[in-house]
Ligand binder design. Structure first.
Ligand code: THU
Length: 130
């Protein structure tokens, strides 16, 4: 299955009654396997989770830790842009060169790398004092 197909399908199962903005995300991990996730909102709004977080959780639950490629899709006028928190979350498991394709349902797509999406990413090195 392609990243586009996986993200498109999982998006339909998003739980987004508050924003009415359904998002699907798919990750191809180092093994080649694809993991997908959708946003899951909550009546306590900050408790909602993004599609990317769901896809990462599925990848980790399957025993993989290395992201090779990402695709995010939404019914948006512009290619849907991962939020700042998700950029950091993706960077935990993906190198800077990992490609992230952001797309609308009608194929208005843009591809950037994780490094382009999150210049100055916070890393373990920022905590190393020795
Ligand atoms: N959202 C995602 O799931 N991923 C993104 O890349 C952008 C935003 C969700 C969070 C919330 O459920 C809804 O979209 C509106 O912000």
């Amino acid at each position: 299955m392609s990243l586009l197909k996986a993200a498109t399908e999982v998006r339909l199962r998003a739980y987004a009654p508050y924003s009415n903005f359904k998002v699907g995300a798919a990750i191809r991990a180092a093994s080649g396997a694809i993991y997908s996730g959708c946003n899951v909102e909550n009546v306590a709004y900050p408790e909602g989770t993004c599609a990317e977080a769901g896809a990462i959780a599925a990848m980790i639950a399957a025993g993989e830790t290395q992201i090779a490629e990402v695709l995010v899709i939404a019914d948006s006028p512009l290619p849907v842009s991962p939020c700042g928190g998700c950029r950091q979350k993706l960077s935990e498991f993906g190198e800077g060169g990992v490609k992230v394709t952001m797309t609308t349902l009608d194929g208005n797509a843009q591809t950037l790398t994780l490094a382009e999406l999150l210049p100055g990413v916070f890393t373990q090195a920022h905590m190393d004092r020795s």
